[in-house]
Design a protein around this ligand. Structure first.
Ligand SMILES: Nc1ncnc2c1ncn2[C@@H]1O[C@H](COP(=O)(O)OP(=O)(O)O)[C@@H](O)[C@H]1O
Ligand SMILES: [Mg+2]
Length: 267
């Protein structure tokens, strides 16, 4: 039986590249014939908009899986949809899921296991890699993602010293979850929107290396490219569909290669 690896993509700060990483790393691995599931754990639903063929087809989704009041749990299979990319499926989200945050928080700490109970067995048995795109918070949604993960990918913006604080927030939450989830041993920082000529970028990167350890930072980096904004505006596309020879697509291909070198055959 296949045992998939689960990665949470998180940073407490917004706009650091969580969603472009979730979408394009998933797509890059799917293009390499891996079977990938992306769980859109952000009620803002940005990865859903990028990948679902037509949002009108969504019937059941994260809203149902995280609903603490649900008497009859909806099977996870009913919440999984194909995407515009072969080999990549998604559990979509809708804005209404944000209403579950308070009920879940009231059920803390038992509610940390809600997502795991709903998806874990099916996901690790049917997919090689599962990524969970998280909101820019340290909420019960993120705790739920960490509770079922093996690894955490933390995108940081090269030009923003503040995104280092966002990394620290995720690491603290991760440490507090470790006792409940022994599988969660590792985190990897991904440097996004990089311009090596800029001194602020150099300073932030060396700060990140000092604070979090060079070995915890991917060698691959993601350059600033307006192609990502165009892809976001078009919707229902990835960097590979839009501009497969672009520097952004190459960067995600390299990241996928590095990711596989690190994590393939890990489970
Ligand atoms: N490397 C990049 N180059 C240019 N724009 C980027 C890059 N990475 C992210 N963006 C843009 O920045 C914004 C935030 O990215 P996103 O992935 O949605 O971040 P998050 O999910 O962390 O909030 C989006 O508009 C996205 O298109
Ligand atoms: Mg996002």
């Amino acid at each position: 039986m296949r045992r998939g690896l689960i990665g949470t993509i998180s940073n407490y700060k917004g706009g650091t590249g969580k969603t472009i990483t979730a979408v394009n790393l998933s797509a890059a691995l799917a293009i390499k014939k891996k079977k990938v599931l992306l769980i859109d754990n952000d009620p803002q639903s940005d990865s859903t908009r990028s990948l679902v063929k037509g949002p009108a087809i969504i019937r059941s989704c994260m809203y149902d899986l995280l609903n603490v009041d649900e008497e009859d749990k909806i099977p996870v299979e009913d919440c999984i949809y194909p995407t515009i990319q072969d080999n990549l499926d998604i559990i979509p989200n809708i804005p209404e899921t944000s209403g579950h945050e308070i009920p879940l928080a009231q059920d803390f700490p038992g509610s940390n296991a809600t997502l795991k109970k709903a998806v874990y067995e099916y996901a690790v048995s049917n997919y090689d890699y599962i990524f969970i795109d998280c909101p820019p918070t340290l909420s019960v949604f993120v705790a739920n993602a960490l509770f079922c993960s093996d690894v955490v990918i933390i995108p940081m913006t090269a030009g923003s010293g503040n995104s280092l604080e966002g990394i620290k927030g995720v690491m603290d939450l991760m440490l507090s979850m470790k006792e409940q989830n022994n599988n969660l041993k590792e985190f990897k920082i991904l440097i996004n929107k990089i311009d090596r000529r800029k001194s602020a970028h150099k300073a932030n990167i060396s700060n990140a290396q000092m604070r979090f350890g060079e070995e915890n930072i991917f060698n691959s980096t993601i350059p600033t490219s307006s192609d990502f904004e165009t892809v976001e505006a078009i919707k229902q596309t990835t960097i590979f569909n839009y501009a497969t020879r672009s520097k952004g697509a190459n960067a995600f291909r390299n990241l996928a290669k590095e990711f596989l070198n690190l994590f393939e055959n890990r489970n």
